[in-house]
Design a protein around this ligand. Structure first.
Ligand SMILES: *Cc1c(COP(=O)(O)O)cnc(C)c1O
Length: 466
């Protein structure tokens, strides 16, 4: 989480209490406004506390207009009820809450089947707080397998990935002291190149990460070609390098919309896959999944068996306690939608993405990098002849109408390229998409009248792009 510092000025003004709240008087028990940066000395009433917190949160953005995030911002009321019913359940108390544990197990089994594990009963997996934790676990398994193969190695191990990887992989490499070997972008290729990835491998390579799909532009990386390049490498050199697929978004899109695309456990080289249940898995934030094709892919010594809560359930996790509600919500959604339901939801999201991508292109000012036909995400930049404004102006001006659409610069070797990215999610309907297009179209004449792009801090992006 954000690493926060204490208050800049210790004597900042206290929270202001509206006399209407009713209890801000000695009779109600509260004589003074509570401070912001220090615990109040005495309790205040629940209704006043609620109102103070509620009012402050009004200034948070409207999550449905947030086209920056991949994370679910709408669920059905029934899902919300189930989550409320489970808010006291701790995922780690497998013995206390055996049914929650059972629903987690069923989710893993469903995903193993969805991702074509050759023997779903041999696949192992767990829920996590999100893809980041899932990627840490998958990376740890790769690293441990490598060190078991090379017990006397003294060199730092390395992990191969495209420069477009999500920041969780940089974290993994930093935290677990693994060298990140990054395949740069080249020309119109905005993600990993299989040959270049294979070329970076050596005897200290713990694995290669392939992304389905890239957070930078929504494109799928060529997982099957990557595996083929690594097969060829093995034939030439004997190096047997496993692949992890970071399917944070795509692992819950491709199985429904791109059934012919072979990217999952059908490829023998794919050792593990992660996804974010809270992205296209359609669950509110707080759940991810990590699966390994079989026991060999997940070294046994990384698995902990704790019995002091009763029972003896194997676990693989960074956290100990964790809320169970999201796991229950994931099971609910898988059960509720089924394959047909997921297909319909993802298809309509893809249709929305492709529809607006086309309309953005038709405006004439922009060049599309992607068209929303892989992840329902597209990225665009200004056409070469557009000199009056840049993508950062587009992002800033859209924000005035409430739309959160990030603009950012690409990594090596395309630092010259800046894009705007639109992430379509379930709940961003045709109607909302039309309103978005209206706002963008209305802005254009003003943008075109600018005398040049507005100055901004060098390298500044206008929103996260995870
Ligand atoms: C979002 C994302 C992550 C991180 O996932 P969280 O669930 O937010 O922790 C990792 N990899 C990719 C490709 C992503 O899109």
């Amino acid at each position: 989480m954000a690493l926060h510092k204490g208050p800049a000025k210790p004597d900042e003004r206290p929270l202001s209490v509206n006399p209407f709240f009713g209890e801000a008087n000695p009779v109600g028990g509260m004589t003074e406004a509570p401070p912001k940066h220090r615990m109040p000395d005495a309790p205040i009433s629940p209704s006043t506390a609620y109102q103070l917190v509620h009012d402050e949160l009004m200034l948070d953005g409207n999550s449905r207009l947030n086209l920056a995030t991949f994370v679910t911002t709408w669920m059905e009321p029934q899902a919300a009820v189930l989550m409320a019913e489970c808010r006291d359940k701790n995922m780690i108390d497998k013995d206390e809450y055996p049914r929650t544990a059972e629903l987690e197990r069923r989710c893993v089994a469903m995903l193993a089947d969805l991702w074509n594990a050759p023997d779903p009963s041999a696949a192992v997996g767990c829920s996590t707080t999100g893809s980041s934790e899932a990627c840490m676990l998958a990376g740890m398994a790769l690293k441990r397998r490598w060190s078991k193969r090379n017990p006397t190695a003294t060199t730092r191990p390395n992990l191969i990935m495209g420069v477009n990887v999500q920041v969780c992989w940089e974290k993994f490499c930093n935290f677990w002291e693994v060298e990140a070997r990054l395949v740069p972008m080249e020309g119109e290729r905005y993600h990993l190149d299989p040959q270049a990835a294979a070329g970076l491998c050596d005897e200290n390579t713990i694995g290669v990460v392939g992304i389905l799909g890239s957070t930078f532009d929504g494109s799928y990386e060529p997982i099957a070609d990557l595996c083929a390049a690594l097969d060829a490498l093995q034939e030439r050199t004997g190096l047997d390098v496993p692949v992890h697929v970071d399917g944070a978004s795509g692992a819950m899109v491709a199985p429904f919309l791109d059934e012919d695309l072979v990217w999952d456990f059908r490829l023998p080289r794919v050792a593990s896959i992660n996804t974010s249940g809270h992205k296209y898995g359609l669950v509110y934030p707080g759940v991810g999944w990590a699966l390994w094709r079989d026991k060999e892919a997940l070294p046994e010594e990384l698995v902990f068996r704790v019995n002091y809560l009763g029972g003896d359930m194997p676990t693989f996790a960074l956290n100990f306690s964790r809320p169970g509600a999201q796991v229950v919500a994931q099971y609910y959604t898988l059960l509720r939608l089924g394959r047909e339901g997921y297909r319909a939801v993802q298809q309509s999201t893809r249709d929305v993405a492709r529809g607006i991508a086309e309309k953005v292109e038709a405006l004439g000012d922009f060049r599309l990098l992607t068209r929303g036909d892989e992840l329902p995400v597209f990225a665009f930049t200004t056409a070469p002849e557009v000199k009056a404004y840049d993508v950062f102006d587009v992002s800033r001006r859209l924000r005035e109408s409430g739309w959160l659409v990030p603009a950012y610069t690409f990594p090596p070797n395309r630092e010259d390229l800046s894009v705007v990215r639109v992430v379509c999610r379930n709940g961003f309907s045709e109607d909302l998409a039309e309103l978005f297009m209206d706002d963008l179209t209305r802005l254009l004449p003003e943008l075109r009248r600018q005398s040049g792009p507005s100055p901004r801090d060098a390298g500044a992006a206008t929103g996260f792009h995870h």
